[in-house]
Design a protein around this ligand. Structure first.
Ligand SMILES: Cc1cc2nc3c(=O)[nH]c(=O)nc-3n(C[C@H](O)[C@H](O)[C@H](O)COP(=O)(O)OP(=O)(O)OC[C@H]3O[C@@H](n4cnc5c(N)ncnc54)[C@H](O)[C@@H]3O)c2cc1C
Length: 340
């Protein structure tokens, strides 16, 4: 039976370093302990927070339930052929350590996703993405426990309904499953994705044919370290807002009013706007309110240098959303999940 810790401080378990207490906290090392933890929550009628690295949550207040910290371990090659390897990874493994493991073993496809904080089990929740690659590009399937029945259910790439920072686990199946493992389909020969301009420019000194996956990973790490604050030094959850996707008509009228609008095409009828640019134009870059700050180097990131309460972070987020709405008529959506 895993150890249920009552009245547990979870400040060290969220990368915004928000001070908050959970009614109960439990670390689970395997699926059996996870089942026991879920049974405890059912018996005690406790709300659940399934926690990985805590790098994509905002704690608005104390959590009046059970926090289950997923600490399961394991990586297994479950199939391979001449071209691909299928790697099954336990949900509690660290994402970036997985990226390093794959590079060390000659399995390719994760290099653009280097240095994203958090656990493997959380990666499908918002279909993590960076530098032109998303989890869905390498995803084969996942196993999840149905919280009500305790049964294991498999999800294919299609059934996860991945989108931009989206999956079925944030929509119709929200809070119904705990992901226990993720299986990735990785290349045995490098198939680099260098479409992202900042990445191409970081590697421009190397002839295209000579670039290795390790160099791509190193370049991604260097770019990320130059732009994003390290949560260990300055508490944050990375991008606080999603880049809004708007219809082309709305984009065109905004572009007339704001010729420098930063945008990327999504499909024939939609454009993605750079939320950081919108926030910057609304005058928020570098501003600090109640110990919570809009990051001076990247306005998409809110930091919590004062380790203040979650409600203060959310108050600043609301003010940023209101300013952007007023100036551009665009509603920003938050990326991290708010609890409780
Ligand atoms: C500096 C920084 C940079 C970042 N850069 C990026 C980036 O480039 N791209 C990107 O996509 N994200 C980025 N993020 C966000 C974050 O790293 C990812 O969303 C990551 O996948 C969160 O993992 P986690 O284990 O910390 O999740 P947590 O914060 O612990 O949980 C996030 C959500 O997933 C749920 N969850 C976690 N594990 C499971 C599970 N096993 N089963 C079911 N539900 C689960 C939680 O209940 C919660 O709702 C960044 C964050 C930081 C701090």
């Amino acid at each position: 039976m895993p150890l249920f810790l009552p009245h547990f401080n979870i400040q060290k378990f969220n990368t915004l370093a928000v001070p908050a207490v959970a009614n109960y906290f439990v670390s689970v090392q395997n699926d059996e302990e996870l089942r026991e933890a879920l049974a405890f929550a059912r018996t005690e009628k406790l709300p659940l927070l399934i926690l990985g690295g805590g790098s994509n949550i905002v704690l608005r207040a104390d959590f009046p339930g059970l926090v289950i910290h997923i600490k399961t371990r394991g990586l297994d090659v479950v199939a391979e052929n001449d071209e691909y390897v299928w790697l099954k990874v336990a949900a509690g493994e660290n994402w970036h350590q997985l990226v390093e493991y794959t590079l060390d073993n000659g399995y390719y496809g994760l290099e653009n996703l280097s240095l994203i904080p958090g656990s493997v089990g959380a990666a499908p929740i918002q279909n993590i993405g960076a530098y032109g690659v998303e989890l869905k590009d390498v995803f084969a399937e996942l196993a999840a426990l149905d919280i009500q029945s305790g049964l294991t259910v498999m999800f294919t790439n299609e059934s996860c309904q991945f989108g931009y920072r989206e999956s079925i686990f944030k929509q119709t199946l929200k809070d119904l499953y705990v992901i226990t493992s993720v299986t990735l389909k990785l290349n045995k020969t490098p198939a680099l994705n260098l479409q992202y301009p900042a990445l191409r420019s970081a590697l421009k000194e190397i002839p295209a044919g000579d670039i290795s996956p390790e160099q791509v990973s190193a370049a991604v790490i260097a770019i990320r370290q130059s732009k994003l604050p390290d949560p260990q030094q300055v508490p944050n959850v990375g991008s606080f807002f999603k880049n809004p996707v708007v219809p082309v008509g709305q984009f065109e009228s905004l572009k007339l009013r704001f010729p420098h609008l930063v945008s990327y095409p999504v499909d024939d009828s939609h454009m993605k706007l750079a939320a950081g640019w919108l926030i910057d134009q609304a005058g928020w870059r570098g501003k600090e309110v109640d110990g919570v700050r809009v990051h001076p180097d990247q306005a998409l990131v809110l930091t919590n240098p004062g380790k203040r309460e979650g409600k203060l972070i959310l108050q600043l987020a609301d003010r940023v959303i209101a300013s952007v709405e007023e100036l551009f008529g665009v509603t920003l959506e938050m990326e991290p999940r708010v609890y409780p």
